[in-house]
Design a protein around this ligand. Structure first.
Ligand code: CP
Ligand code: NVA
Length: 305
């Protein structure tokens, strides 16, 4: 077991399954109005270099619901790398609180924090990975199909979501098809790591340039924005590159039974149409709901007594 939750590749299938089991249980308890106080007296520092709705609210509400407390640190307040070296920030926080959530541009920065911190560091999204989102996604998928039977098609940019989905699928043995332009495939080192993990788990991970081929008979069709946070200057170029990758009614005709997934926020009218995101096959808001429960399970695992 890793001290940190930075990449799903650091966790075994059994460990991730145990977190998902607990996430399911916590959701049931929550819906019954029960709030187990498993993190009583615990504190979590949350550091965000980028905007956030879901990650911020679900970590903060999750800590409160479990009897703990979260502290939101604005990045200009902390000044990591300008006011103070990342390692010094991590060393200070380690003396006061029980865990850190960090959302950064650079993935290396989260690794640097974790290298010095003596408390768990949780990746709340970097340019490279978004593992907490994928835990909520796996919980959502499992509400409809056993993971090892699920055929998931990801359509769009080979970004942090695609990278983390690949690693999650690889550890847990899912069948994942990715459709991205050749120029925007997931990064090579993540593809290689996913291949190694897939060889052990029996996962199937396939890539194609053709979205219709990727979604054919899929159980789940997943997409994410074409322009991620920090890439705003490339928006016009990206709209062109990804034009053929929109998840719309025409594409879904190739996957007549598929549920539609999106990590949100959505750029409606770009990677997904209103009709699809608001349609009856969309489970995007279930994914958002499950962020709360999946992360509470992660917090219990890392910060629990
Ligand atoms: N899906 C997700 O991480 O949402 P936020 O960027 O709002 O946290
Ligand atoms: N790829 C998106 C995910 C947002 C949750 C981004 O990084 O902006």
């Amino acid at each position: 077991m890793s001290k940190d939750f930075i990449t799903l590749a650091d966790w075994s299938a059994d460990e991730l399954r145990a977190i998902l089991r607990r996430a399911r249980e916590l959701k049931q308890l929550h819906h019954r109005g029960e709030r187990p106080q498993t993190l009583e007296g615990r504190s979590l520092a949350m550091f965000f270099e980028k905007p956030s709705l879901r990650t911020h609210v679900t970590f903060e509400a999750g800590m409160t619901q479990l009897g703990g407390h979260a502290i939101w640190l604005r990045s200009e307040q902390v000044g990591i790398g300008t006011r103070e070296a990342p390692g010094d920030v991590a060393a200070n926080l380690s003396r006061w609180v029980d865990g850190i959530v960090a959302r950064t541009f650079s993935h290396v920065l989260v690794e640097e924090l974790a290298a010095v911190a003596t408390i768990p560091v949780i990746n709340g999204l970097t340019d490279l990975l978004h593992p907490c989102q994928v835990m909520a996604d796996l919980q959502t998928i499992e509400e409809h199909r056993p993971l090892e039977e699920a055929l998931v098609a990801y359509v769009g940019d080979g970004n942090n979501m695609a990278n983390s989905l690949m690693l999650g699928a690889a550890v847990l043995g899912l069948h994942l098809r990715l459709a991205t332009p050749e120029s925007h495939q997931p990064v090579l080192r993540v593809r290689k790591r996913a291949e190694e993990l897939a060889a052990a788990s029996g996962a199937r991970i396939e890539w194609s340039e053709d979205p219709a081929e990727a979604v054919r008979d899929a159980d789940f069709v997943y997409t994410d924005v074409w322009t991620s946070m920090g890439q705003e200057e490339e928006q016009a170029m990206r709209r062109e590159v990804f034009q053929a990758y929109q998840v719309n009614a025409a594409l879904l005709r190739h996957a007549p039974k598929a549920f539609v997934m999106h990590c949100l926020p959505a750029h409606r009218g770009e990677e997904i149409t209103d009709e699809v995101l608001d349609g009856e096959r969309s489970i995007a808001f279930d994914q958002a709901e499950n962020r709360l429960h999946a992360q509470k399970a992660i917090l219990e695992r890392l910060l629990g007594h």
